[in-house]
Design a protein around this ligand. Structure first.
Ligand code: GUN
Ligand code: ZN
Length: 435
């Protein structure tokens, strides 16, 4: 006798998105008060009304009841750094001072495979504890750091994108590859790990100041050879960084033009920060369907500036964007806390991050930025069963506030403004509980 597929039924109040709340309004949201998700071999077969799904359930299905908690697709963090878990909260004047004084020192340790492996174990533990099941990760310049991260992610069966950073100038020698070795090592890692089970290779030129033109050219060539790979880099984060880029690339129209000229803008390109942009640059991101990634706790900590969501949406309401922790410029692993900081950054500019908008970004929006929609970030049938179970009464203060909450929107607002890892009741990876 052969065993049938492993099936699980997860009950709870389900919420996911099928469109953008900012443009489609209520039609973007799926909410099922008495809901159930039928999972078979790690894949969502059906999500909807519990009564209907229970009536057609195969015998032997394990049932887990999370009511009254909310069950959402696992949260997604599209920008963070593996070798920066021990530089969080390092006091510095600004971005470049922080990079030079702390970060470029710490990242040198990640050439040691054991340090990288321990860092990867910690990072994935911490992400899952916070309900984050997918991330786009910058490793250090050392191929061993990416190797360690992918090995750990594969062991946990998590859906992760990562890449070794390419950097060949304006950093300590011990952190520099070359145009040639950066290309070769990245390509070898991509050949070994891209689309191996759940792993995705991300081409990762760190940012324009730490690459020579020869290296950006090599990164562009690699991107052309690997059209399915995402690309991740940093763009227009701080004033002194932008001044440095203007000095290093005098021929470029602006910072965005540097990446554009080397073929690094396209769907699946994720431009971390994207704060200080001109209308021309925003339009170019929209035209190339690249994604601007908002990293609010990092921007507040380093004093980098205020991400202008309204300006992005004025260019194109459908402009791809994401919201991310940017550990370790960022100060929290929690996507809920990240959404709270995003709300604050936008409120200071007279703008709004509505709770539905925030939860859309943390799930379907970030999946789209990473070009992983259809795979994660949704509860639609066929999606991978990565889930987060959120408890809006997790602390006494939240429970007291929830006693007076009347709508789902208020509950989401309480979760994002008051919640953190304590509000994550449990996390599932491919249908298995991991928290
Ligand atoms: N720009 C280039 N590298 C980095 C980094 O590690 N963190 C942040 N926040 N910005 C960067
Ligand atoms: Zn970053």
């Amino acid at each position: 006798m052969t065993a049938g597929p492993a099936t699980t039924l997860v009950r709870g109040r389900l919420m996911w998105f099928v469109d953008e709340p900012a443009t489609a309004g209520a039609a973007a949201v799926r909410y099922v008060e008495d809901g159930a998700i039928h999972i078979e071999d790690g894949i969502i077969r059906e999500a909807g009304e519990a009564g209907l799904i229970l009536s057609a359930l195969p015998s032997g299905t394990e049932i887990v009841d999370h009511r009254p908690h909310l069950v959402l697709p696992g949260l997604i963090d599209p920008h963070l750094h593996l070798p920066q878990t021990q530089v969080i909260a390092s006091p510095a004047k600004d971005l470049l001072d922080w990079l030079n004084r702390y970060t470029f020192v710490e990242e040198q340790r990640y050439g040691d495979p054991e340090i990288a492996a321990a860092g990867a174990r910690f990072l994935i533990d911490e992400l899952l504890r916070n309900g984050t099941t997918t991330a786009a990760v910058y490793c250090s310049v050392h191929p061993a750091s990416a190797e360690a991260f992918f090995a750990e992610s594969e062991r946990r069966n998590t859906r992760m994108a990562a890449g070794k950073v390419m950097m060949d100038r304006n950093a300590p020698d011990a952190l520099c590859d070359s145009a040639e070795t950066g290309y070769r090592e990245s390509k070898a890692l991509a050949e070994r790990w891209h689309r191996r089970r759940r792993q995705i290779y991300a081409i990762t030129p760190r940012f324009a100041p730490t690459s020579t033109e020869a290296q950006l050219k090599a990164a562009g060539a690699l991107a052309a050879e690997l059209p399915d790979c995402p690309i991740q880099t940093h763009l227009a984060e701080s004033a002194s960084e932008i001044a440095l880029v203007a000095e290093l690339y005098p021929w470029a129209t602006d910072y965005t033009d540097v990446y554009d000229r080397f073929g690094l803008l396209r769907p699946g390109a994720m431009l971390g920060h994207s704060i200080h942009l001109t209308g021309r640059e925003r339009a170019r991101l929209a035209e190339t369907r690249s994604a601007a990634i908002f990293c609010p706790t990092s921007n507040l900590f380093l004093g980098s500036g205020l991400f202008d969501l309204a300006a992005m949406r004025d260019i194109s309401p459908a402009l791809a964007m994401g919201i991310a922790t940017d550990i370790g410029g960022g100060t929290s692993y929690s996507m809920l806390q990240t959404a709270a900081a995003a709300h604050q950054v936008l409120a200071l500019q007279g703008q709004r991050l509505a709770p539905f908008d925030a939860f859309h970004l943390m799930t379907r929006g970030n999946a789209r930025a990473m070009r992983l929609d259809g795979c994660v970030g949704s509860l639609e049938p066929g999606s991978e069963a990565d889930l987060v179970v959120l408890d809006a009464r997790a602390t006494p203060a939240m429970a007291r506030r929830m006693a007076r909450a009347e709508t789902l929107e208020e509950e989401l607002s309480i979760l994002m403004m008051m919640g953190d890892d304590r509000a994550v009741a449990t996390t599932y990876v491919m249908g298995e509980r991991v928290k």
